[in-house]
Design a protein around this ligand. Structure first.
Ligand code: XMP
Length: 327
């Protein structure tokens, strides 16, 4: 029997030995709970669901069915990495659903941030439920719930069931193998399970993805500009030793254009806003002091490589008064 709650005297998992002991214990417990039945998991590619997937692959192999829904708002290379790591390397049973058109069509013309979030969340559940209905004999639903989620939901801060909200007739028994762990422990466990470092140590990424970094009504071309600029920012931060050091960094492309000049001709294009912040708990945040040379390199690369962009701005605003995201 596994612990349903984190025991008060549980030793913090800070090294591979402790992580391995936890993994061994969980794998035995998972095998006992699941038997020869099938388990379903919404695999976003985020830290928590990835670690749950890796653990379940070790425990029950092909009895796990992972569903990766690409809502079209993921960062560059993310769906490809999920397929490479889980299907090609770990030999997982992975259903990949490219639902980009479905999401972007529903979001077309929608400007209100909370409405955008609701559409993305609602559509996600719909796509996931549709895939689940196609599968026979699923009895369990795995989730990447972690200990802070439980504490926050008990305090009434947020509801913790990541894949909560499934239709009434879809009743599964929950499997939550990392639910007594803190985030830093989940990362060590993930490393120990053989997941790539850039997957387990990655920065936080909101559920609605790049959708909240494309303020106002999302268009495919502006979304593409956000994605390409974000990829350049991540690449240069990694190259300059800032990956894993800066808490969260990303780009935003606001819905306005300004005049520029390229090859002697007038342009009228979007700006890219760079945001890079440090924080302990995301309640307040300080702006990272990006070296000027790196800033100049980013400006050069983004304005020459990202289509439709002629200007780069740096957001110097801490939280408060600004939030970390733009919507
Ligand atoms: P804000 O913008 O509120 O962000 O200062 C604080 C942290 O929360 C993340 N964030 C979200 N995460 N769904 C998520 O899963 C969301 O809708 C969402 N909005 C903000 C944000 O990236 C930051 O780390």
């Amino acid at each position: 029997m596994v612990n349903d709650r984190r025991p008060d005297d549980m030793v913090r998992i800070t090294n591979k030995e402790l992580a391995q002991a936890f993994i061994d214990e969980q794998i035995a417990a998972l095998r006992e709970q699941i038997g020869n039945k099938k388990v379903l998991l919404a695999l976003s590619g985020g830290v928590d669901s990835s670690v749950v997937a890796a653990m379940l692959i070790k425990a029950v192999g092909q009895q796990l069915v992972c569903v990766h829904v690409n809502h079209g708002l993921l960062r560059k290379g993310e769906p490809e990495q999920v397929i490479e790591v889980f299907r090609n390397q770990m030999k997982a049973n992975l259903v990949y659903v490219d639902a980009t058109d479905r999401f972007l069509d529903k979001l077309a013309g929608v400007t209100d941030p909370e409405t955008k979030r609701k559409i993305i969340g609602g559509e996600f559940i719909e796509v996931f439920a549709e895939e689940a209905r196609k599968l026979d004999g699923i009895e369990f639903l795995a989730q990447g719930t972690i200990w802070p989620d439980i504490l926050e939901s008990e305090k009434g801060i947020k509801a913790h069931h990541n894949a909560g909200g499934l239709p009434e007739d879809m009743k599964f028994e929950l499997v939550e193998p990392v639910k007594i762990l803190f985030k830093d422990e989940v990362r060590i466990v993930g490393e120990c399970l053989g997941l790539p470092a850039n997957m387990v140590y990655r920065q936080p990424f909101p559920g609605p993805g790049l959708g909240v970094r494309c303020p106002g009504a999302i268009t495919r071309d502006r979304l593409e500009a956000v994605r390409e600029a974000d990829a350049i920012l991540r690449e240069e931060f990694a190259r300059h030793g800032l990956e894993g050091k800066v808490w969260q960094y990303f780009t935003v492309v606001p819905d306005f254009k300004s005049t520029g000049i390229r090859d002697g001709k007038r342009t009228f294009e979007w700006p890219v806003i760079i945001r890079a912040v440090n924080t302990q708990d995301a309640m307040t945040a300080e702006v990272e002091n990006i070296p000027f040379d790196l800033m100049q390199l980013l400006v050069k690369r983004i304005t020459s490589e990202v289509k439709g962009v002629n200007r780069v701005l740096y957001d110097f605003t801490p939280k408060p008064s600004a939030t970390i995201e733009y919507e």
